[in-house]
Design a protein around this ligand. Structure first.
Ligand code: C5P
Length: 131
């Protein structure tokens, strides 16, 4: 599984998407992404998933430090990315929004993020430029 830490053009905000499913995660915000198919690199998977889910083309950069074991077979990683073309739209999510460092920290503290994604918050906050 690969998630995208997608930065805006100013480097001050990151893109979050609100999950529509499953029931236990619905309404919570995540770094958008999805599962790599057989023969696909995680970079290719991330570009395909955000094109399908959000209608944007992204450039994919290096991996964030933390990795999360979702199950015995499934590891969740995150890669830095930036928008090359398109405006993100919620095609499969309930909503999308851009958030700055302060807002991201508050959302995490208040439990609005999917649990796995909370591990990346310190690195995201450190990397985001102050607005
Ligand atoms: O998006 P999808 O339904 O394919 O994700 C499968 C699982 O991966 C979710 O149920 C969730 O446990 C996990 N996930 C996550 N954080 C993300 C993306 C997916 O924890 N940013």
């Amino acid at each position: 599984m690969v998630a995208g830490a997608i930065l805006d053009s100013s480097g001050t905000r990151i893109l979050l998407a609100r999950r529509a499913r499953p029931a236990e995660l619905a309404g919570l915000w995540e770094l958008p992404g999805g599962k790599a198919e057989v023969g696909e690199t995680d970079e290719e998977a991330l570009r395909r998933e955000v094109a399908e889910e959000l209608g944007i083309d992204v450039g994919v950069e290096c991996e964030l430090r933390e990795r999360v074991a979702l199950s015995d077979e499934l590891v969740l990683i995150a890669r830095w990315a930036h928008v090359i073309a398109g405006e993100p739209a919620a095609r499969e999510h309930q909503a999308v929004r851009w958030v700055g460092a302060e807002e991201l920290s508050t959302m995490c503290e208040q439990g609005y993020l999917v649990p796995a994604d909370a591990v990346w918050v310190p690195e995201l906050v450190a990397r985001l430029r102050p607005a």
